[in-house]
Design a protein around this ligand. Structure first.
Ligand code: NIG
Ligand code: FE
Length: 410
């Protein structure tokens, strides 16, 4: 099957065959290479060729899409989500409005433990059906590749249920999906007085089964004061690495917890959240291959201070953005809205924000060779916008959908 898209007002985020872009750093984030008045051919799910309309090739195609007035760009790569969950948590949203903090709600058994109780009550099929609806919803908003975490089971059966649901989502949907094992998300109530026993359960009982069944691509830990400290995080990351699971961790969301440094020490693919980041963390990131992934949707929804994105970009870091879609701190997987938050609150330009959720998002799932730019041979996962003024219209026109059509392949 060969599809030709013609008269594209602007073809964005193009990469030429001679380049080998893995991620985009610092000042380069401001630049989205593009071709005005362009064409693009997709052949059997891959980018076959592209160019300017004045050099239009005379070639056979099965289908022609006229993109007059529209932009074409790679679909979003959302490298951090928890979209498999059992129920929303509106009651905690209202408690926060009335003055309780996210941490206070967690301390009294709400938060992640609330979600775990709900998840352990429903069947795998029910969990799958709910999650599938959420996935289709974010795909309609332009997400063409996604990472999904476990972490609301907090027991072997619950974690397996979540990871099996993620595997079914992988099998039944047309986009690439990566899975992360996040049993170290919170201590279950029954282990509050015996935390080492829960770490042992994760390492000795859950991890071998999950790794042997190939249910996870990565290992994650919520490294945070009041959750998992540095020694516990290290033990879990080391155990995961023995099974070939590389880390992608939750770091520095609520405190300067040392999570960034511990992630770097264990060659984490990414350290995610980063509300609490200063010079020390930035220096450590500069001397590493670990991707700093910002989740400003959570800071927005919890009313917390934002990540110092400008400082990180000025330091030359390969800043990535992801949604964190979850029922507690960010009940939205909408990347166009995330782009608006990144532009208005983190002062990223639209080009910087789009680099951060395309090529850098792909890198945070180790998929830069397949996704994230319009390059010959890559998967043709793309977004065709409605007729719009410019790339800035996507974050500018917030709350309105700028996307007309998406094309996805696994
Ligand atoms: O990334 N901070 C830890 N985990 C999630 C939130 C989980 C929840 O509240 O359900 C996050 O924000
Ligand atoms: Fe998260």
């Amino acid at each position: 099957m060969r599809t030709l898209i013609t008269n594209i007002k602007q073809l964005l985020q193009v990469e030429f065959a001679t380049e080998n872009k893995q991620k985009v750093y610092g000042k380069e984030l401001a630049f989205l290479p593009s071709i005005n008045n362009a064409w693009l051919i997709i052949d059997n799910g891959r980018i076959h060729s592209f160019g300017a309309m004045k050099e239009f090739p005379n070639t056979y195609t099965d289908e022609i899409i006229d993109a007059t007035g529209k932009l074409v760009l790679p679909s979003w790569c959302d490298s951090h989500t928890h979209l498999v969950f059992a129920a929303p948590r509106q009651e905690e949203f209202v408690d926060r409005i009335k003055g309780l903090s996210y941490e206070e709600i967690a301390m009294r058994g709400g938060g992640i433990l609330n979600s775990a109780a709900k998840l352990n009550k429903i069947s795998e099929n029910e969990l799958y059906d709910q999650s599938q609806i959420r996935l289709l919803n974010v795909m309609a908003q332009g997400t063409g590749c996604i990472e999904i975490k476990s972490g609301y089971g907090l027991c072997l059966a619950g974690e397996l249920k979540m990871l099996k649901v993620i595997r079914r989502l992988k099998e039944n949907n047309t986009i690439p999906i990566k899975a992360s094992f996040l049993a170290a998300h919170a201590y279950p109530i029954e282990y509050k007085q015996n935390k080492p026993a829960y770490i042992n359960l994760i390492i000795n009982e859950m991890l071998p089964i999950i790794a042997n069944e190939g249910l996870a691509d990565y290992i994650d830990v919520f490294c945070e004061e009041g959750f998992f400290g540095i020694p516990e995080t290290e033990r879990i990351l080391e155990a995961g690495l023995k099974y070939g699971l590389k880390p992608k961790i939750h770091a520095n969301q609520l405190h300067f917890s040392g999570g960034v440094q511990i992630g770097i020490k264990h060659n984490a693919i990414s350290v995610d959240h980063l509300e609490c980041v200063g010079n020390e963390e930035i220096e450590a990131l500069k001397n590493s291959t670990t991707i700093p992934t910002l989740l400003p949707g959570a800071a927005f929804f919890l009313g917390m201070h934002y990540q110092p994105a400008r400082k990180m970009i000025d330091a030359g870091l390969p800043v990535c953005l992801a949604t964190d879609y979850n029922p507690g701190s960010c009940p939205s997987g909408n990347i166009p809205l995330l782009l608006t938050i990144a532009c208005t609150q983190l002062k990223m330009t639209p080009e910087e924000a789009i680099n951060a959720v395309t090529i850098n998002g792909a890198a945070a799932m180790e998929l830069s060779n397949e996704l994230g730019t319009i390059k010959i041979g890559k998967k043709a996962n793309i977004i065709i916008t409605k007729p719009i003024e410019s790339v800035a219209s996507i974050p500018y026109d917030f709350g309105n959908n700028s996307i007309e059509k998406t094309i996805y392949y696994k």
